[in-house]
Design a protein around this ligand. Structure first.
Ligand code: UDP
Length: 442
């Protein structure tokens, strides 16, 4: 074993479910790799509690709780998660995380002191949205890495735009257009498991940093209540193989009311059974008495009676649904966790990206031949058309050439993904070994 020093790895995700999920997987991966590592998972009280109670972790993993956010930037008191906020508050929330810096600094100071007295090393692994953690790492001279929980293609597009933006401090009127990452994937890359290598190389070259691919990481948090989960699985058991469409827009996003109504009409027309993790549309809240405006009671009742539609009004056991034999396709906002979970189960995707890097994820998926895009965005003028919903559902799930091709291709990608961790010579296993060697030598 090449490890020179025992590591204390401090894991610090952004305060949003999708990010925490990825970091939970990372912490488990590191612990399973070497149980001598000390691993501390840092977050705010609510998130620590949900990670702890999901009991995914070995008791060897420690937790460190930072304080609640102070009332800052117009955010409601005790805000701890993006899911509690409006889309327009995203930037305020991002800035508010900086209020955690003094407490994080105190913690790292203690950890670094302890490590120095025991001759061990500290490595911080934080989220791309917590850039200020770099200052803390520099102050205590400990290693700092960023764990990207999104696709590298999405990261490459944002980076390319950022590098090429006419920044406010420039006096020049001229700027060059970004080098747009090339999306094409050749079959030879599939065979070599190098789905993302081209974009990894691009980002590594622009930033002059090493990048270690360690995906796909799948699993993570699943707070679905066991009763609800059993009911959903029993409902799926009633249906023939690959016949049910699963619909979810992730852990925090919603769509517009008009889009929701069109989607309902499209599903009605498609006549395929579906499970929909439904959340009130933008502008409505969970206890809203105007529910009939976006999910007419008659529609929900009829779908239920005809065993055609199951509405989940809370949290769905997504991985269990995607790996159930009755599930045939996933209508998804294409957050990266959802994408990986779907492909890992060999389930083709109907893309309805909402924001962030999701549209770029759809671009890759379409290039790979495992996705058809049905709609985009949440603006008032971004239409979801019922006819298109019905047509795309039929194209992806039905017995036709395109559908058959997509299903085969998705299974091929699933097999490629499984190979990434098959043995020590495979891409992600190698990436992890190289990363650990790298932080040990710094
Ligand atoms: N998820 C789930 N049940 C739900 C909604 C979401 O298990 O009802 C999980 C899903 O399996 C995934 C994560 O939450 O692991 C969502 O992450 P993703 O990157 O897809 O989207 P985000 O929520 O970050 O937009």
């Amino acid at each position: 074993n090449f490890f020179l020093k025992v590591l204390h790895i401090v894991i610090f995700p952004y305060l949003a479910h999708g990010h925490i999920n990825g970091f939970v997987n990372l912490a488990s991966l590191l612990h399973n790799r070497n149980s001598n590592f000390t691993i501390t998972f840092v977050s705010t009280p609510h998130h620590i509690q949900s990670v702890r109670s999901s009991s995914l972790f070995s008791s060897a993993i420690r937790f460190h709780s930072l304080p609640f956010f102070p009332e800052l930037h117009g955010l409601p008191p005790n805000t701890e998660s993006l899911a509690d906020l409006k889309v327009s508050q995203f930037v305020s929330f991002l800035h508010a995380t900086k209020s955690l810096q003094p407490a994080f600094d105190d913690f790292i100071s203690a950890v670094a002191f302890d490590a120095a007295s025991h001759g061990t090393k500290v490595a911080i692994v934080s989220d791309i949205f917590l850039g200020w953690t770099v200052e803390v790492a520099r102050k205590y001279r400990v290693s700092h890495s960023v764990f990207l929980t999104t696709s590298c293609y999405g990261g490459a597009v944002f980076l390319s735009l950022w590098i090429n933006l006419p920044h406010t401090k420039t006096t020049s009127q001229r700027f060059s257009l970004p080098e747009y990452p090339d999306v094409r994937i050749h079959r030879s890359q599939l065979r070599k498991e190098e789905l993302e290598q081209k974009w990894i190389d691009m980002v590594a070259k622009s930033l002059q940093i090493p990048i270690f691919p360690i995906g796909p990481l799948i699993g993570g948090l699943n707070p679905a209540s066991p009763t609800e989960a059993t009911e959903i699985i029993e409902w799926l058991d009633l249906h023939p193989p690959a016949s049910v469409l699963y619909i979810s827009f992730g852990s925090q996003n919603s769509i517009q009311k008009n889009q929701m109504l069109e989607l309902e009409l499209g599903l009605e027309a498609s006549r395929r059974p579906f499970i929909w993790v439904i959340r009130p549309p933008l502008g409505f809240n969970v206890k809203d008495e105007f529910k009939d405006e976006w999910l007419p009671a008659g529609f929900e009742k009829r779908m239920k009676e005809e065993k055609r539609g199951f509405f989940v009004h809370g949290w769905a056991p997504q991985i269990a649904i995607l790996s159930h034999k009755s599930t045939g396709a996933f209508l998804s906002h294409c957050g990266w966790n959802s994408v990986l979970e779907s492909l890992n189960s060999g389930i083709p995707i109907i893309g309805s990206p909402i924001g962030g890097e999701q549209p770029f994820n759809v671009t890759i998926l379409v290039e790979l031949g495992v996705c058809v895009e049905v709609a985009r965005g949440i603006m008032e003028n971004s239409e979801v058309e019922k006819e298109k919903v019905a047509d795309v559902v039929e194209m992806v799930m039905g017995d036709n050439e395109k559908g058959r091709f997509m299903r085969e291709r998705t299974k091929e990608i699933r097999d490629v993904m499984k190979k990434a961790w098959k043995d020590e010579s495979c891409s992600s296993a190698k990436g992890l070994a190289e990363y650990l060697k790298f932080i040990n030598c710094r």
